[in-house]
Design a protein around this ligand. Structure first.
Ligand code: GP9
Ligand code: MN
Length: 661
């Protein structure tokens, strides 16, 4: 039998191989976009851009292989594998976080060791091999049809490079037409991927990161002046009715893992309440409950919420500030309160390196960190990311009682974390009845957390601490991502989750209980950034000298909106979603395009101020009146055994060696 040969294209076999590689990779990437990502495509131009955007990267990267004469096939195959791997990593990450991988995230993956990996692993399926089919086909072709391929013509590299640059500029030009200033204003990674593609996004992100480390180096003390002026102009003065009402009291924060406001007062089909204890607090007027309160977190999730609550600044647009900016100077709650005689501690049933907490807490001024090393991390006590909430609170009580008062403390819960799976012995509560396992389990996990909180409140009362402690409880971020909106529509009894309803799902509960102060349900709009000044004012500490961006929720001057990290926002009248303006009341797209402009401008300026502080590390140039800076090197979080040894001076030389990890 005659061997298959390609007579006409003999001299250009390498171009055929190259073209097959480009086309297969292009179509595969496009398929991945359609199958895996929710990019909010809403016009034909965007559809077209999504289709062509993988082409320029494919031409460029595979084109480089044309430089290698002898090993061109191999270089194309290796390039394909690396790019496919990047695409697949983004897919796995997106399934969990509804977001794309960035350089800082890669850096934090190292910090978070296997745990992020476990979550991603649970979202992989054998069918995912599809994302490597072109790689397999290319190997097959290179061993058969193209076995004897030679590269004759090196001019092709220049032609391909020119072609890829042309395609890219054409792509960018059209994208800028649809979204002006795409590259300079991008608070949202979805936009970049939608317009320029997943690979170009990675390149963009890498460049941004190099720029960001440069920013710190270039900043100087005069850069803080703009922020100071902004702060003065936007300060919401304390409300005399509440100022100092909690003076000298202990402060205790509880982060309610993944708890969203829709769960509050929600009843299961059989009539049972999901969070009966929290509901009782909503309705008994003992605590303030804010029902238009929004999370403002991004990729740093729990840690972003911690950052917002304790600094009154916004987290980073990409990556976790806890991981990437832990070397900055901060003037955080624990450090401020230290000046008022407070002793601070964080309690968390996970290991101290997660989210780089053991490093960041030093910059925040935490005196102590009771991490997993302090708890009984047995198999039956732990699930998913760490200690279950009930043993967590039970075991925390003696440690809390042991603290010197007044204290500032934070408790980070864990049980209500994606994928919300419970051990059967921990719940008798009914699961949801939707077709979505994650959503169904959420109710059981949230119910378990509610029981754990009730038990903790009882223990606080029994210990006498309750009467002298301000308790702040907040949902840290959404637990159920947009990927589950079909089931969420069933849960909420609506046909579909509209953009406005989806934004509404970003509400998280906020409770503030001040002993002796009458609470009630408060409807003002606000976000996590606003809590710090609210609490400091309750403690009788004026915040006007602090470079933070929150607005006291109880102030008569409180601005009535909350922004999201992507530049969108919510307010009683208008909501901006993915840059579009909707009516809050009807949920309809506003005809008048200027309706969102006023708040929109404020939102952009505020994010810019926050980024100035965080990216340029500006607080190193500023000292609030009466504030004594802390030195992170004065802090160390040793495992309990080491502390006993240190206290008793049994092995003084070894303490030094424990400093690190
Ligand atoms: C892990 C816990 C959960 O320590 O804070 O983190 P999350 O995934 O919610 O950011
Ligand atoms: Mn969390």
């Amino acid at each position: 039998m005659k061997k298959i040969s390609l007579p006409k294209i003999k001299n250009n076999e390498h171009i055929v191989f190259f073209t097959i590689a480009v086309v297969l990779f292009w179509f595969k990437t496009y398929a991945a976009y359609k199958i895996e990502f929710t990019l909010g495509i809403d016009n034909n131009l965007q559809k077209f851009l999504l289709f062509i955007n993988p082409l320029s990267s494919a031409l460029f990267f595979f084109g480089l292989a044309l430089l290698f004469k002898k090993h061109m096939k191999l270089v194309i195959i290796i390039t394909n594998f690396l790019l496919s791997f990047l695409l697949y990593a983004n897919i796995a990450y997106y399934r969990f976080f509804s977001d794309f991988i960035t350089v800082p995230v890669l850096m934090s993956t190292k910090t978070n060791a296997g745990q992020l990996g476990d979550s991603a692993l649970s979202l992989m399926s054998p069918f995912d091999i599809f994302y490597f089919t072109d790689f397999i086909i290319l190997i097959g072709l290179s061993l058969s049809v193209f076995k004897k391929m030679t590269v004759e013509n090196r001019k092709s590299f220049k032609v391909v490079l020119l072609f890829s640059i042309t395609v890219f500029l054409f792509n960018l030009g059209l994208a800028e037409k649809d979204r002006p200033q795409l590259l300079s204003r991008s608070f949202d990674r979805n936009y970049l991927v939608k317009y320029l593609g997943a690979y170009n996004f990675t390149i963009y992100d890498a460049i941004q990161n190099i720029k960001s480390s440069g920013q710190r180096a270039l900043a100087n003390s005069s850069d803080i002046t703009d922020v100071e002026n902004y702060r003065k102009a936007n300060f919401a003065a304390p409300n005399p009715e509440y100022f100092g009402k909690a003076k000298g009291m202990n402060v205790l924060y509880i982060a309610l893992e993944s708890l969203q406001s829709f769960a509050i007062d929600y009843k299961m089909p059989d009539g049972q309440e999901v969070t009966p204890f929290l509901n009782s607090l909503v309705h008994n007027n003992e605590a303030f409950y804010f029902d238009n309160f929004y999370h403002q977190t991004r990729q740093g999730k729990t840690s972003d919420a911690e950052f917002l609550m304790e600094n009154g600044l916004y987290p980073m647009a990409t990556g976790a500030v806890f991981v990437n900016k832990a070397q900055n100077t901060y003037q955080a709650m624990p450090a401020i309160l230290k000046g008022y005689g407070y002793n601070s501690a964080s309690f968390h049933g996970n290991y101290k390196t997660f989210w780089n907490r053991n490093v960041m807490y030093k910059a925040l001024g935490y005196d102590q960190f009771f991490d997993a090393d302090y708890y009984n991390m047995t198999d039956e006590n732990t699930k998913n990311y760490g200690l279950k909430d009930k043993p967590f609170f039970t075991e925390s009580i003696p440690m809390l009682k042991g603290l010197e008062q007044p204290f500032y403390t934070k408790f980070l819960t864990l049980s209500n974390h994606f994928p919300f799976e419970m051990d059967p012995e921990d719940t008798e509560f009914p699961a949801g009845e939707t077709d979505d396992k994650v959503v169904n389990q959420y109710f059981q996990a949230a119910h378990y957390m509610d029981e754990a909180i009730e038990q903790f409140f009882n223990d606080l009362k029994a210990s006498g601490l309750y009467e002298n402690t301000v308790i702040v409880m907040y949902g840290d971020h959404y637990g159920i991502s947009e990927n589950h909106n079909e089931a969420m529509a069933q849960v909420l009894g609506v046909e579909e989750i509209t953009p406005v309803l989806n934004t509404d799902l970003q509400r998280v509960p906020l409770f503030i209980h001040v002993p002796g102060v009458k609470g009630g349900i408060k409807h003002q709009y606000g976000g996590q950034v606003d809590v710090r000044s609210t609490v400091l004012h309750l403690l009788g500490i004026d915040t006007k000298d602090y470079m933070e961006l929150g607005s006291d929720l109880l102030s008569k001057d409180h601005r009535n909106w909350a922004l999201f990290r992507n530049g969108d926002f919510v307010s009683p009248d208008v909501v901006q979603i993915k840059g579009k303006c909707y009516s809050s009341e009807t949920g309809e797209l506003m005809e008048e395009t200027t309706a969102c402009q006023d708040i929109g401008n404020k939102v952009n300026l505020e994010l810019q101020m926050s980024d100035e502080i965080v990216y340029k590390d500006l607080l190193r140039f500023y000292q609030p009146q009466g504030y004594t800076p802390i030195n992170p090197n004065d802090y160390e979080y040793l495992a309990p055994k080491k502390i006993i040894e240190t206290d008793e001076n049994l092995i003084p030389d070894e303490t030094e060696e424990t400093i690190e990890d």
